[in-house]
Each structure stands twice: as structure tokens, then as C-alpha cells.
Design a protein around this ligand. Sequence first.
Ligand code: CA
Length: 225
Amino acid sequence: MRILIVEDETKLAEALKRGLELKGFAVDWLADSEKARTRILLYRNEYDLILLDLMLPGIDGATICRDARAEGVTTPIIILTARDETENKVELLNLGADDYIAKPFSFEELVARITAVLRRPAETLPTTLIVRDIVLDPGRRVVEKSEVAVPLTLKEYSLLEFFMRHPDEALSRETIMDHVWSFDFPGFSNVLDVHMKNLRKKLDTYETTDPLFETVRGVGYRLNG
Ligand code: CA
């Protein structure tokens, strides 16, 4: 899952980025509100969630949120707001935000809010993802195959979650990289193949004529349901 942080406080933004990356999210951070608005409108499909600070120099978070919704961006948005800011909850939600959290907040609370927003049925994200005998629980971040827990690295987990949210779709290498790795990832080209090889080793025990992960030549990979 890929998150965009729009926040002008460098220390806070860096701490959030680091913490969320340790939780397995791919995270981009923008401090400039004009750039953020452009990024959200142009790359709307590449983010699974946006953390949006309310008080930004230039265009404020409220305007960015309202513009994004007016332009049809449906990506979940959580607003970060200082306690002394006048907006009440109703006003924030009326802007089209999915939730808000008042600063200072604990990191664990933010992660709980993120998890809750990503699980909302309105976004048709089921609580548990099931493909064949593989069950992935985004709440507990646990993967089981035939009811036996499969230990995965954070990146393998993120990769599998993305595939399980798009079963039977041929996903291009670019799309996969965009959702699982950060915008500023200085990637080496075979990083995806290395992770796919490891995932196959751990999960793809099916007949070779009916593999779980299929290489789609010239495109990328497909998870066969
Ligand atoms: Ca701010």
C-alpha cells in the first residue's frame, strides 16, 4: 500500500515516513502544497491513502482536499490538524476527508486510523483477502496457506497484498513498483523479480499448469485466482 504524506513540518514528516515504511507501507512525502495538489490529481491511482496536513504555506490542506474530491479523486484522505485550528469534525468531513487526527497524536493511533480507513467497506476493501487456500488478514498483517502461517518479509507481504487486491489482473511492472515501492526508490531493475521469486518459493506450490503467479510476457505478473 502506498501513502502520500503532505506535511510542511520536516521532523514530523520524516518520522511518519520512517515509521510507516517500517510498517511495510511505501511512502512519499511532499512539503510543497502546490506540488502536492498536482501529484494528487495526476497520480491519483498510485496512492492508496493520503495523509494531508491542514495548515500548509500556500494552498491549505482544506483546499487541496476539496479540489481533489471535486476532480473525482476517491483516494482515502486523513487530515492532520493542530488542536487549536478552528475546523470541527463536521467541517473536515464535509471537505471530503475520510477521517482526521489532531496533533500531537501517537504513531500507533495514526496506524490504527489508517488501517480502519483502508478497511472501510465503502472502498470495497474486504477485511480478509482470500485467493485459493491463501488467506491474508490486513488487520493482523498475517498470511496463512492452508491454515498454516507463512512468514513473509514486509516487502513480500506488501507485494502479496497488492496482488490479492487485484486477482486475475495482468499487472504491469510499473504499476506494481508504483504501489509497493516509494516514488523516490532508487530501484535496481530486478528488485521485483527477486521478490517474486521468493514469494513463489513460499506460496506457489500448485501444478505448473496452474501456477499462482504467472509471468505475463512484456507486461508483468498476474495472480491467478
Ligand atoms: Ca503545517
